[in-house]
Design a protein around this ligand. Structure first.
Ligand SMILES: [Zn+2]
Length: 293
C-alpha cells in the first residue's frame, strides 16, 4: 500500500489520489526529449516506476493534497472530477469515479470541513472537483471553502474561455461557477496566508502557476503542482512539457526552486509523479535527483 500521509512539524499532509497509471508516450509528452536521451534514462525510470514496464509510457498520478493545520483544512488542486465533458481526453471524458470522494473520506475530513481550495494553476486536471453537478447545475463541491486563484492566472483563463469556450471547457464548468457563486479568493502568486502557508510563484507551465510552501523552516514541504511532471525534468531542468505556456521560463523556475531545495530536508510533494509522489531533491550532475520517500 503506497504511503498517502506525511507529517511535517504540526502539519499533516494527505495525498488524495483520483487515478494512477501509464498515460502518455514520453516522447510526445516531452517534445524535446530525444529517443537517445530517453534510452539513457530508461533503466532508472523503469526501476523507479516512472515508466511503465510493459508499454514504456509515463506513469502519472492524478491527485490532490489535503493539508491539515491546527486551524485549517486546505485542499491543493482538485483533479479531474465527475460528469464533465472532456472530448479531447477520452480517459477523462464524462468520468464517473468514486475514487476521489472515497479517498478524501478516508482522511476523516468531509467536504464541509474544507476551508480553502488552492488551484496551483487552471488546467483540466487541477480544477475538476471544484464543482459538482447538482440538478443540472455546477455548484461548489466544498460549500464553505474559499477557492484561491492567482489574479493573473484567473484573468488569463477567463479571457481564453471567452474567446473560445470549446477549447477550455474546464474553465466553463469548474472555474467560472466558483466566481459566479462568489467563492473565489483572488491573490498574488507570492501571497502568504500565515506563517505556515505561503505561495511561491513558479511560472512557466502556465502563465502564473504557483506552488505552496507548508510548515516552518526545517520542518516543511513544498506542494509543487505542475512546475514538474516527471523526475526526468529534475535531471534535465530545461526539458519542457507539451502544453507549457513557456518552456524556457518553466526551466528557469525548476532550476531556481530546486537549487533552493537541493540537499535540504524539505519534502517535495509532486502532483503527478507515481506513488509515493513525494521525496527530496539532491544534486545529479548539472541537474537534480528526486529521491522518493
Ligand atoms: Zn497537471
Amino acid at each position: 500500500m503506497a504511503i498517502t500521509t506525511f507529517q511535517v512539524g504540526d502539519v499533516t499532509i494527505h495525498r488524495i489520489v483520483e487515478q494512477e497509471g501509464p498515460f502518455f508516450d514520453p516522447l510526445v509528452f516531452f517534445p524535446d526529449l530525444t529517443p537517445e536521451v530517453l534510452e539513457e534514462n530508461r533503466g532508472w525510470m523503469t526501476d523507479g516506476g516512472f515508466l511503465d514496464k510493459s508499454n514504456g509510457e509515463l506513469v502519472l498520478c492524478i491527485q490532490s493534497y489535503l493539508i491539515q493545520t491546527k486551524h485549517h483544512n486546505i485542499l491543493i488542486d482538485s483533479c479531474v472530477g465527475n460528469h464533465k465533458p472532456r472530448p479531447a481526453r477520452p480517459f477523462w471524458n464524462m468520468m464517473n469515479s468514486d475514487a476521489f470522494e472515497k479517498n478524501l473520506k478516508a482522511t476523516g475530513v468531509s467536504v464541509d470541513q474544507i476551508d480553502y481550495v488552492m488551484c496551483t494553476h487552471l488546467h483540466v486536471d487541477h480544477v475538476g472537483w471544484n464543482t459538482k453537478l447538482e440538478n443540472g447545475r455546477w455548484v461548489p463541491t466544498f460549500p464553505k471553502a474559499k477557492y484561491v486563484f492567482s489574479d493573473v492566472e484567473l484573468a488569463h483563463w477567463t479571457e481564453a474561455e471567452k474567446k473560445d469556450a470549446a477549447a477550455a471547457p474546464w474553465i466553463t464548468d469548474s472555474v467560472l461557477p466558483i466566481v459566479a457563486a462568489k467563492r473565489e479568493e483572488v491573490v498574488k502568486s507570492d501571497h502568504a496566508f500565515n506563517d505556515l502557508i505561503k505561495l511561491i510563484p513558479t511560472p512557466g507551465h502556465t502563465i502564473d502557476h504557483y506552488s505552496v510552501q507548508v510548515g516552518k523552516a526545517g520542518d516543511d514541504a513544498v506542494i509543487t503542482g505542475d512546475m514538474i511532471h516527471s523526475p526526468i525534468q529534475a535531471r534535465y531542468p530545461e526539458l519542457g512539457m507539451r502544453v507549457d505556456y513557456s518552456s524556457p521560463q518553466a526551466g528557469e523556475t525548476r532550476r531556481k526552486l530546486f537549487s533552493c531545495l537541493c540537499d535540504t530536508s524539505t519534502l517535495v510533494c509532486t502532483a503527478h509523479f507515481p506513488s509515493p509522489s513525494a521525496g527530496r531533491i539532491t544534486r545529479w550532475g548539472d541537474g537534480f535527483r528526486f529521491v522518493p520517500v
